[in-house]
Design a protein around this ligand. Structure first.
Ligand SMILES: Nc1ncnc2c1ncn2[C@@H]1O[C@H](COP(=O)(O)OP(=O)(O)OP(=O)(O)O)[C@@H](O)[C@H]1O
Ligand SMILES: [Mg+2]
Length: 239
């Protein structure tokens, strides 16, 4: 990030989420506050089951909180009805998952243009340009089952960027890839997001990402622990 004061992209206040369990309640997140600035690369760590995906799903409005608010780019998404939330998510948030979530019956190109088609625009030119940038222009008419894991994730990145969202949320985007492919995907993701001023929020188990992040956080006992990575050896962050 450069030196100018950054606009707030994500403001989370008093966010709590739990699940009913054997008559009791299993707290996943308790009273979480978090601010993420425009252009920040924010990394979320934490043991499996600690609540990383839960927090990301609350940020993107895929899931609903028990208490608290999530403001994305000035809009309180916890107050939107389902229809408005879907539209808001489509236009403002790009989401990338560990298992790619491509639609198998659509071609690569159709997977990328689908959200824009719903909006009624002709999105082919932008989709082809994005495919060029992720190095898959010649696979536009292939079906996802013909692609490798890394190629599928590159398509998923292109799809997430199709609407030029202000925020990109990635849930373990390299978790299902070998180390080298994971590194390539990460570099590509940073090039196409943070390097052009977009906000990138990522949950990961991959320690190699930590030195690249602007800020690193861990979820521990349902609380968010902000970690200043400069003052801490990378290894400690994973304890
Ligand atoms: N729909 C659900 N019903 C009940 N419990 C759930 C549900 N979804 C998630 N959980 C529980 O919430 C906790 C947090 O899950 P979450 O998927 O957020 O963890 P995570 O940090 O993303 O883990 P991982 O690193 O394995 O992806 C887990 O204990 C999980 O079992
Ligand atoms: Mg998860």
């Amino acid at each position: 990030m450069n030196g100018k004061p950054a606009r707030s992209m994500v403001q989370i206040r008093g966010l709590s989420k739990g699940y009913a369990e054997g008559g009791g309640a299993h707290r996943i997140l308790s009273d979480v506050d978090l601010d993420i600035a425009e252009g920040e690369f924010f990394v979320l760590l934490g043991k499996s089951g600690s609540g990383k995906s839960t927090l990301l799903n609350l940020m993107s409005g895929i899931d609903q909180a028990d208490h608290g608010s999530v403001v994305i780019d000035g809009t309180n998404i916890t107050q939107l009805d389902e229809r408005r939330l879907t539209l808001f998510r489509r236009d403002h948030i790009g989401i990338i998952f560990q298992f790619f979530n491509l639609i198998p019956t659509l071609t690569v190109l159709e997977n990328i243009t689908l959200p824009a088609e719903l909006r009624g625009g002709n999105a082919d030119a932008r989709a082809l340009d994005l495919l060029e940038r992720v190095g898959l222009r010649d696979r536009a008419h292939s079906y996802p089952d013909r692609l490798s894991g890394g190629e599928k994730q590159r398509v998923a990145i292109a799809r997430a960027l199709a609407q030029d969202p202000a925020i990109i949320i990635a849930d373990e985007p390299t978790g299902n890839l070998d180390e080298e492919t994971g590194q390539q995907i990460l570099r590509l993701l940073l090039e196409l997001t943070r390097d052009v001023g977009r906000t990138l929020i990522m949950a990961t188990h991959n320690p190699e990402i930590v030195p690249l992040a602007d800020r690193v956080c861990r979820i521990h006992d349902s609380k968010l622990v902000i970690t200043l990575r400069d003052s801490q050896p990378v290894k400690e962050l994973f304890l």
